[in-house]
Design a protein around this ligand. Structure first.
Ligand code: 13P
Length: 250
């Protein structure tokens, strides 16, 4: 079975409820004819129920941008996997570079989150990628492999039935400096090869691997034309319904 392309919108800390409503009502008429691609929207936590309500009778998938790995307890400000499941989330972004960088998330914490979501039946969108200085020192491959090794540690092979991994080079996020198609292709091939070597061919064939970092309607197709790139994780260009629908219709 070929992997269905996934166009994932990471809204980060953007939008009000009025803006969520206006996005959702504008976007669906533009993309409702699309059946061979999947659309995923990851709003900020407070708008998860609203997006869930407004996506009824659409094929839009719902995800969160983060979570904590414990099921419940004294963890002020945190949100658990069962809570996300309860709210209808099918996906959750884990290990975004903004979580790693701004909020100091370690590879070990990210690994605990991966275990927790797999256990709960939510599909992770694991983000990996190198910083500018690391790329300049030719450390890109080493960094990606280290993140994969630590973030996927001890996961069962069954976790790869529906896994999503996003290659997001940090220097490309929100900068307009998108990675070249060759660099994106090579990083994604490296990720697939890692999964192949550790978890077997079936896992490697099933895992969807996305590119993220300054994806725009103008460059989307050039990534999708690359062998092995299964979609995009998009920040800025996913906020506007017109732009998001163009990404979906690349
Ligand atoms: P931009 O598309 O704004 O560069 O953000 C990418 C990203 O971080 C998606 O998770």
């Amino acid at each position: 079975m070929p992997r269905k392309p996934l166009i994932a919108a990471n809204w980060k800390m953007h939008k009000t409820s009025a803006e969520v409503r206006s996005f959702m009502s504008a976007v669906w008429p533009k993309v409702s004819d699309i059946t061979d691609r999947e659309m995923l929207i990851c709003p900020p936590f407070p708008y998860i129920p609203l997006v869930d309500e407004l996506r009824k009778s659409t094929s839009i998938l719902l995800g969160a941008q983060n979570l904590y790995f414990e099921e419940k307890g004294a963890f002020t400000g945190e949100v658990s996997p069962p809570m996300l499941k309860d709210l209808g989330c099918e996906y959750v972004i884990i290990g975004h570079s903004e979580r790693r960088g701004i909020f100091g998330e370690s590879d070990e914490l990210i690994n605990s989150k991966m275990h927790a979501v797999i256990k709960c039946g939510i599909i992770p969108v694991l983000c990996v990628g190198e910083r500018k200085e690391e790329r300049e020192k030719n450390l890109t491959e080493q960094i990606i492999l280290k993140q994969l090794e630590k973030n996927l540690k001890d996961l069962p092979e069954t976790a790869f039935e529906k896994m999503v991994i996003a290659y997001e080079p940090i220097w490309a996020i929100g900068t307009g400096l998108n990675a070249s198609t060759k660099d994106a292709h090579d990083a994604i091939a490296l990720i697939r090869e890692f999964i192949h070597s550790k978890y077997g061919d079936n896992s490697a064939q099933k895992t969807r691997i996305l590119y993220g970092g300054s994806v725009k309607p103008e460059n989307m197709k050039s990534y999708m034309d690359q062998e092995g790139i299964d979609g995009a994780l998009v920040g800025g260009a996913s906020l506007d319904p017109d732009s998001y629908s163009k990404l979906v219709k690349y």
